[in-house]
Write a protein that binds this ligand. Structure first.
Ligand code: NAD
Length: 494
């Protein structure tokens, strides 16, 4: 990757996107379109189709027909694997173009986007392609006159709803295992980050995925997302996004066909630093990166810094120093550490959180304001608020922006109690040289992912899922496959 290549892709006009239904580009049934605003400069980048309920129903019907006639599920595993591996290759071959398109759409700094988006998406699809012919059914331990078999069957039509922070990576977490197991899919990308994911779906068709097996419909969540949620013909919904939408999807399932609903939701992840951390300078650097990269728009962001009281002031100063050195700005510059906030709505929400935090007694140790207004884009300084109490809004509510709340603690037990004081349970970390304490923190902090002496970076070999109101089910690793299969028992009298 070099700056010149990035700038070449950045200069390219982006043509209008339409839905992908039954292998074809299709406009909205009523001709509606949505402007796509780039957070880099607040300008219209292109348009996408503004989907209708009828569009979603057409996509679901296409996926159903493709599933029922076995054009994908009925292919030998080796054939499905070949297509998925080709798809991963195509994503990799077009990685920079895809990454730049995605950054123009959602504002993530390019250094992170290139790895986390096409790089990770290709790796994920390859992982499930390689896995698909290594997954066996089971034979039950029965008496000799019975053969009890457990088949793993594709579930049918999978609806995947994706957020805006890492559309290709999170899209691949759903599409990889869903398609590997033979399902058909209808995808609904985010209104504010659809372009690179739509392009990635086009590449799947180029790789040889039969038409109708993967359909993608753009538009508003409350229209096309709701139509998917209420469909009688979608068997499973896999969702990453906010708790509010997750709750609605469960309601839709209850009101329709009781489809399975798997949710990956928000977090308020505690990053817990003990005075006996092996390297406090490193911990401070990582703490800053763990909240401020991608402007804090990372589900597992370490948004609560819990610091042992004896090192509190020095450690906060070190995190503030590290954060102040992170350059905020043009996400397509390779020198940028923190890109743009995804949308004006999100930027305003972030600023409101800062105001609330100070009105509740928090003190701003760094940042707190919008910057670079002259660009027309949406940029915010990395922000650190100290003196955040257990019940403060900044402890209890996910910001999903570059805002770090700091709370001191005195004892290990108090650290665990503080860590567990929210409805969330997505990720966390503890920094300590004490092996016993490290294991007590892994056991004691209620999260889906617990880091020790690091933050973030867990690869595709391990699951990512939340407990509490951070969700159910997991993405990544072989465990994710469970969401995309049904178990069928065959009980045979011999
Ligand atoms: P969001 O819930 O607003 O939107 C997510 C998706 O849901 C979008 O595609 C949107 O169009 C769709 N949607 C909105 N309303 C809908 C409705 N009524 N019915 C069906 N679909 C609807 O979330 P967001 O703002 O795009 O993403 C940010 C959230 O995602 C944060 O809470 C973040 O923590 C979470 N997240 C979680 C993970 C994880 O793995 N746990 C990963 C990334 C992001």
């Amino acid at each position: 990757m070099d700056q010149q290549q990035i700038d070449t892709f950045r200069a390219q006009p982006v043509s209008a996107f339409s839905h992908l239904i039954d292998g074809k580009h299709v406009p909205a049934s009523d001709g509606g379109t949505m402007d796509i605003i780039s957070p880099i400069n607040g300008q219209v980048l292109t348009t996408t189709a503004k989907g209708t309920t009828a569009d979603m129903e057409a996509a679901i019907a296409s996926a159903r027909a493709a599933f029922e006639d076995g054009r994908w599920a009925g292919q030998p595993p080796a054939a499905r694997k070949k297509v998925l591996l080709k798809w991963a290759d195509l994503i990799e071959a077009n990685a920079l173009e895809l990454a730049v398109l995605g950054v123009r759409d959602n504002g993530t700094e390019i250094g992170m986007a290139i790895k986390a988006e096409p790089g990770s998406a290709a790796g994920t699809i390859r992982y499930y392609a390689e896995a698909l012919d290594k997954i066996y059914g089971e034979i039950a331990p029965t008496s000799s006159d019975i053969l009890g078999m457990i088949h793993k069957e594709p579930v049918g039509v999978v609806g995947a709803i994706i957020p805006w922070n890492f559309p290709m990576m999170i899209g691949a977490w759903k599409l990889g295992p869903a398609l590997a197991m033979g399902n058909s899919v209808v995808l609904k990308p985010s209104e504010t980050a659809s372009l690179s994911l739509m392009r990635m779906c086009e590449l799947a068709l180029e790789a040889g995925l039969p038409s109708g097996v993967l359909n993608a419909v753009t538009g508003e969540g409350k229209v096309v997302g709701e139509a998917m949620g209420l469909s009688m013909d979608v068997d499973v919904i896999v969702f990453t996004g906010s708790g509010g939408t997750g709750r609605r999807l469960m309601e839709y399932a209850a009101r329709s066909n009781m489809k399975r609903v798997y949710l990956e939701l928000g977090g308020k992840s505690p990053n817990i630093v003990f005075a006996d951390a092996p390297n406090l300078d490193e911990a401070a650097q990582v703490a800053a990166g763990g909240i401020f990269r991608n402007s804090g728009q990372v589900c597992v962001a370490g948004s609560r810094l819990l610091v042992e009281a004896s090192i509190h002031d020095d450690f906060v100063a070190a995190v503030a120093k590290a954060a102040a050195q992170m350059r905020v700005g043009d996400p397509l510059s390779m020198e940028t550490h923190i890109g743009a906030v995804n949308s004006e709505v999100q930027l305003k929400a972030n600023l409101r959180f800062v105001k609330t935090a100070t009105s509740e007694g928090g003190k701003i140790a760094l940042g707190g304001t919008q910057i670079l207004q002259e660009t027309g884009g949406y940029y915010m300084e990395p922000t650190i608020v100290t003196g955040v109490t257990r019940d403060a809004t900044l402890t209890q509510k996910e910001v999903f922006g570059p805002v770090l709340g700091v709370t001191p603690f005195e004892t290990e037990a108090k650290a665990i109690a503080l860590a567990n004081a929210t409805v969330y349970g997505l990720a966390g970390a503890a920094w300590t040289s004490n092996l016993g304490r490290a294991h007590r923190m892994i056991r004691g902090v209620r999260t889906g992912v617990m880091h020790i002496n690091t933050y973030g970076g867990a690869d595709g070999t391990v699951p990512l899922g939340g407990v509490g109101q951070s969700g159910n089910g997991s993405d990544k690793s072989l465990h994710a496959i469970e969401k995309y299969v049904s178990l069928k028992t065959a009980w045979i009298k011999l």
